[in-house]
Design a protein around this ligand. Structure first.
Ligand SMILES: Nc1ncnc2c1ncn2[C@@H]1O[C@H](COP(=O)(O)OP(=O)(O)OP(=O)(O)O)[C@@H](O)[C@H]1O
Ligand SMILES: [Mg+2]
Length: 502
């Protein structure tokens, strides 16, 4: 194998803070090289340098032995570096097809041969097993599908080095398998991949070599075959993590939410709900198992007032909902960790502190005269407390949320919603993008909330997470509930079967 990429002493400073410090790294042709590190360790920053989005403060980059200067993303693309970002870079107002061909530097023809391109993209999609409708708008597709579009886009542009920043976070198990196939095909063709993931099982499955980043520095590069997952975890966080398991409960509490024959867009298999009746009781976690894109998004949306059911009713506590509006649901003590943290969860240009009090700025604790005067001191000291408690890695509570690492942004939403002391907490993919330590912490917080009497609806593409946390498990398939199972000793095979509609 010969060397494709060499990074020499790369540093990146923001103000006085080093996000990357003297990093050395090589990637061989045909290699899958994984970057492993806690939330905020500097993985995405380093990759953004490789795709020309950031200029390094110091250091050099070589491709096939030649020094390169990557001034812009176009530079990087023309040198065969493609990236699937942790935060999607798709244009909402365009279709999947338009997004994929957007900025295509091979576009020499004046009139774009749309049909030819469509065929090429369709062929790529088929080859890699992606089910995707090219004519849908980005707003109409799920987070998982958006991620597939990003992957397709990079492949379509013919990347030699493909950077995948947590590409599997939003994919279903089958799609992840499909992605592994894609990755293997690519390295067989001699292409190289830099892979970022917090899922240890996955890292152990796909990697040839692994580089561990800690606080901006590369602390070790190891061959996959020469380490164990435990050793990697210890190198990453600098200590061992004890195993955990949670006690399951059967709640005798009253219903905090009830759906009565709820339907929405019922003829759609992937984006609708078909005659759903269910209860969420105080003091229990109800987990939804199912392949992503079987109505999970819509279920979370009707339960948080984002959309109104077309048939049936929803009650919160004792009262039937008449007005479907998120604010009405918040007033009725519902909290929501949405599946798309950028779109619905956070205001990127606002500070951590302001995001943390976003929904409660009008309460007496944070303002007087119903929001007319902000109690800045109170907001800041509350924010500091949350930053501490949720271990939001940041320099100050006034830092913008946009400048936080992906996992630390997720912690801001979780802190805000879990601390709202809701009766009903609707969480979608709570630990997506979190490192193993943070994942542990958030799961424990959910259990603690349950034990305080919060009723929790858990939607997660991570089946293990559903099994680990749920007191009851409902299976959702094509908008319908296929069965209910106990969370204690769950019949895994039966549940898996129900997830496929049988
Ligand atoms: N534009 C920026 N301005 C200021 N600080 C930044 C900026 N971008 C990143 N940082 C900081 O650099 C550090 C590293 O962030 P980075 O996004 O590289 O982490 P990461 O390893 O990708 O983490 P995660 O696993 O959570 O995605 C963080 O502390 C982050 O707040
Ligand atoms: Mg990142």
């Amino acid at each position: 194998m010969s060397e494709l990429l060499r990074i020499e002493n790369i540093s990146k400073r923001f103000g006085s803070f080093y996000a990357n410090k003297n990093i050395n790294l090589t990637v061989e042709e045909g290699e899958i090289h994984t970057l492993l590190g806690e939330n905020g360790a500097g993985k995405s920053t380093l990759m953004n340098i490789l795709v020309g989005l950031y200029q390094p403060t110091d250091g050099k980059i070589f491709l096939k032995g030649e020094e390169v200067h990557l001034h812009s993303p176009n530079d990087a693309v023309s040198k065969g570096i493609g990236m699937v970002h942790q935060h999607f870079m798709l244009v909402d107002a365009m279709t999947v097809f338009e997004n994929i061909i957007l900025g295509d530097t091979n576009a020499k023809e004046i009139v774009i041969d749309r049909e030819k391109r469509r065929a090429q993209i369709q062929e790529l999609a088929q080859r890699y097993g992606f089910r995707i409708d090219l004519d849908k708008y980005i707003t109409e597709i799920s987070v998982g599908e958006q991620q597939r579009v990003e992957i397709l886009k990079a492949l379509y542009r013919g990347a030699q080095l493909l950077i995948l920043d947590e590409p599997t976070a939003a994919l279903t198990d089958i799609e992840v398998e499909g992605l592994y196939d894609v990755m293997h095909k690519l390295v067989e063709e001699g292409k190289s991949i830099i892979f970022i993931s917090h899922k240890m099982r996955e890292v152990m499955h796909v990697s040839d070599r692994i580089t561990i980043l800690r606080a901006g520095e590369a602390v070790a590069t190891v061959k996959k075959d020469e380490v164990s997952a435990q050793e990697l975890a210890a190198m990453m966080i600098g200590r061992d993590l004890a195993a955990s398991s949670f006690e399951k409960v059967i709640s005798g509490g009253s219903a905090v939410a009830e759906l009565d024959h709820v339907s929405y867009n019922r003829n759609s298999k992937h984006y609708g709900l078909n005659d759903i009746s269910m209860k969420i009781r105080s003091g229990e976690i109800v987990g939804i198992a199912g392949v992503d894109g079987n109505g999970q998004t819509q279920l979370a949306q009707v339960l948080t007032g984002v959309i109104a059911p077309e048939e049936g009713t929803i009650s919160l506590g004792d009262s039937k909902i008449l007005v479907y509006d998120p604010n009405n649901f918040i007033l009725r003590r519902t909290a929501h960790v949405p599946e798309d943290r950028n779109l619905q969860g956070l205001v990127g240009d606002m500070s951590i502190a302001d995001n943390l009090v976003l929904r409660r700025v009008e309460t007496d604790k944070f303002s007087s005269l119903g929001g007319a005067f902000l109690k800045k001191g109170a907001i800041l000291s509350y924010a500091k407390e949350m930053v501490e408690k949720y271990d939001i890695r940041s320099r100050s509570a006034s830092q913008t949320v946009r400048s936080l690492s992906g996992g630390n942004q997720q912690k801001v939403i979780l802190a805000r919603e879990m601390e709202a002391e809701p009766d009903l907490l609707v969480v979608a993919h709570p630990t997506r993008g979190l490192d193993i330590g943070a994942t542990r912490f958030i799961r424990q917080q959910m259990i603690d909330a349950r034990d305080r009497g919060v009723g929790i609806l858990l939607i997660s593409a991570d089946f293990d997470e559903v099994l680990e946390l749920s007191d009851r498990i409902l299976v959702l398939f094509e908008g319908q509930i296929m069965g209910e199972f106990p969370g204690e000793n769950p019949p895994v095979d039966e549940i898996s079967l129900a997830m496929t509609g049988r």
